[in-house]
Design a protein around this ligand. Structure first.
Ligand SMILES: [Zn+2]
Length: 436
């Protein structure tokens, strides 16, 4: 932890400010020019020159263990299946096992570069899901726990135990999830819609609610990630939370089936979610790729009802999901890529949606992860500085992150080249900004 001063930065609301960080915490935020710059060493100062500053990003939904495996699989001569031929879910790690990519050492090496990508984009907390199936023993969790130790104080990693094998066919899978929680997994996950029957899915939901209750951990299952309008386990989840007065943070990840629900049921579910303070995470790019694969035209594009959920007062966060793996070969760990995609995909392209989109990716994601990371005195002295004058231009251009500071210590810096174009023999710089 250390001291740092950022001068002449611009908040999302347009206020020009200086930020003073002392002992790793925000000491004060004052109007531009009022910061006590002389109280800081020259190595602890940065002049923002009118650029946008925000709190750090928090990534609420990704898979570190499978990340960056796409090219390795192809190199080994792997025949990549079409996304609709991937199977029911719990086989997704088999090919990685065969390729030797699931040993803890391999996981740490591969996912370190992934965390570096996140950090370069200003993400300082990452929630990752990991398969806890008994077939892996505890080695996937061990790899991630070692990663947590390597990145301690730089990128915080929250691990969600995701039981990809059935929780109701064998008690061994419940035990395996408990072992993972005992070993240090932070959050209880689940995937009830992959169970064989509706009844099994309901039992799956009850089991994970029991575990969240007994371990007093947050609950964040994959749920209703399907194009099947009869996949309705989020309602069961909300009902169980309500009946037990469950006092832990509950998040419904994906919920793509809501896209397909009849309006009457979607309306009922919104009420249940709002009443029980259950958050939702949408994962725009991966679900655009995975959903609708069995459709003829018109083809559903697989996202939940983001606009309606927001209107109902439900906290909706934006995740990046799979990254450079067989499910989603693209992605670069930049949250703004997902935000821009959602803006188009979810019809959130009005000028008045710009603040909403930023609120989703900053405040809602932080809230879902239980963080208190806003730019205000007493909070963690961390921020992201964009190479853009305001939030609209930063989003529109996916502006480079110029500087990321964590608890008063720079953890990302970017040295930019300037782009010039020549017209009429004159070279002039291009910054891609639009005056607003
Ligand atoms: Zn997911």
């Amino acid at each position: 932890m250390t001291d740092f001063i950022l001068t002449n930065a611009v908040l999302r609301n347009g206020d020009a400010i200086d930020i003073e960080i002392r002992d790793g915490q925000i000491d004060q935020i004052v109007s531009r020019g009022e910061g006590d710059i002389d109280a800081f060493d020259t190595s602890q100062r940065f002049h923002a020159d009118g650029r946008l500053v925000t709190p750090p990003f928090a990534e609420p939904h990704t898979y570190l263990v499978t990340a960056n495996t796409f090219s390795g699989l192809l190199r080994d001569g792997y025949e990549m299946p079409r996304p609709d031929r991937f199977g029911v879910g719990w086989e997704m790690y088999d090919d990685l096992e065969e390729a030797g990519m699931l040993e803890p050492k391999s996981i740490v090496e591969r996912t370190s570069s992934q965390l570096n990508w996140f950090l370069a984009h200003g993400v300082t907390t990452v929630r990752t899901h990991v398969d806890t199936s008994s077939r892996h023993g505890n080695k996937l969790v061990e790899g991630l726990l070692e990663l947590c130790r390597v990145y301690e104080g730089v990128v915080d990693v929250q691990i969600v135990g995701l039981p990809l094998d059935s929780l109701v066919r064998s008690n061994a899978e419940v035990e395996a999830l408990c072992n993972a929680l005992d070993a240090g997994v932070d959050v209880v996950g689940g995937i009830p819609h992959k169970e064989a029957t509706r009844e099994d899915g309901v039992e799956h939901v009850k089991t994970i609610v029991d575990l969240a209750d007994s371990y007093d951990r947050p609950l964040d299952p994959h749920i209703d990630e399907s194009d099947d309008s009869y996949s309705r386990f989020t309602g069961v989840l909300a009902s169980e939370v309500e009946k037990r007065s469950l006092d832990t943070q509950v998040t419904a990840s994906h919920l793509t089936a809501m896209h397909t629900y009849p309006n009457a049921y979607a309306d009922k579910l919104r009420g249940l979610l709002a009443r029980n303070d259950i958050s939702v995470i949408t994962n725009p790019t991966t679900n655009a790729e995975l959903q609708g694969r069995r459709d003829d035209y018109p083809r559903r594009r697989g996202h939940t009802r983001v606009d309606e959920l927001l209107e109902a007062g439900i906290t909706v966060g934006i995740g990046q999901d799979n990254m450079v793996d067989k499910y989603h070969p693209y992605g670069d760990c930049d949250p703004l890529g997902e935000v821009l995609f959602l803006a188009h995909f979810g019809h959130l392209t009005s000028w008045y949606d710009v603040p909403t989109l930023w609120e989703m990716v900053i405040e809602n994601n932080a809230s879902i992860l239980g963080l208190n990371s806003g730019l205000k005195p007493g909070n963690e002295g961390s921020f992201v500085l964009f190479d853009a004058p305001d939030s609209y231009n930063a989003l529109r251009t996916r502006a480079p992150r110029r500087l990321v500071v964590r608890e008063g210590r720079p953890v990302t810096r970017r040295e930019l080249g300037t782009v010039y174009v020549r017209t009429n023999e004159q070279w002039e710089s291009v910054d891609f900004a639009v005056s607003v």
